[in-house]
Design a protein around this ligand. Structure first.
Ligand code: SAM
Length: 198
């Protein structure tokens, strides 16, 4: 089914505004909560002690909520194109105070300083990005030396575009990414972890 949604709605983040963002927020917090717990456990195992983590296309921020609960030492930032999603994420992250924040922004033009994150994550967002090629230098710019990028998405997401852009631009040119299946705990929802590094 996600292929159909992908084909019809790719590159139209407007679907994440208004009522749709409220429905997505509810779905994420209740129906898909188990998946975010699994992803957060995976991210928590990779994040360095006291590190700064960025979630790109954070939506209502449920992955960050689960990460904040597991790792009180981390400083967490979420970015999303949709102001309504950021409003939901800000509400959901409120219990964590200054440890976590969410801001409107585009993955191709991140409103963030150079070399400010140890780990960048993104879940179920890559397949919505208009321009994955242009995202790569931005992800590389805000990543600290030695940092990693964990992209989680459907098997059909354009992971290869990220690799091609990294090669062309000579950034994030660490070991070749290996697509790794990640258990979501949700029937029929298949997810791949794709790790890039500097
Ligand atoms: C399917 S939702 C996933 C949200 C959340 N990461 C999750 O796992 O539930 C995709 C999100 O990506 C955001 N998005 C799409 N294109 C983006 C871009 N170019 N930059 C930042 N966020 C983007 C959308 O606004 C939407 O909130």
């Amino acid at each position: 089914m996600h292929r159909l949604v992908h084909a019809r709605r790719k590159n139209t983040p407007k679907v994440f505004h208004g009522r749709s963002s409220r429905i997505y927020d509810l779905m994420s917090r209740w129906v898909l909560r188990g998946m975010y717990r699994r992803l957060a456990a995976d991210v928590a195992a990779a994040a360095p002690q006291g590190g700064a983590v960025l979630d790109v296309g954070t939506g209502p921020g449920v992955l960050l909520v689960e990460l904040a609960a597991r790792r009180p030492d981390l400083q967490l930032t979420g970015i999303d194109l949709s102001a309504d999603m950021i409003a939901a994420a800000t509400r959901n992250l409120e219990p964590f105070g200054t440890r976590a924040s969410a801001h409107v922004g585009d993955v191709t033009n991140l409103p963030l300083q150079d070399r400010s994150f140890d780990l960048i994550v993104s879940s179920l967002s890559l397949h919505h990005w208009d321009d994955p090629d242009a995202a790569v230098p931005e992800l590389a710019r805000v990543l600290r030396p030695g940092g990693r990028v964990h992209i989680y998405d459907f098997p059909s997401a354009p992971f290869d575009k990220l690799t091609d852009a990294a090669r062309t631009r000579s950034v994030l040119n660490g070991p070749s990414p290996t697509p790794t299946p990640i258990r979501t705990g949700v029937p029929f929802l298949r997810c791949i972890r794709y790790v890039m590094s500097s």
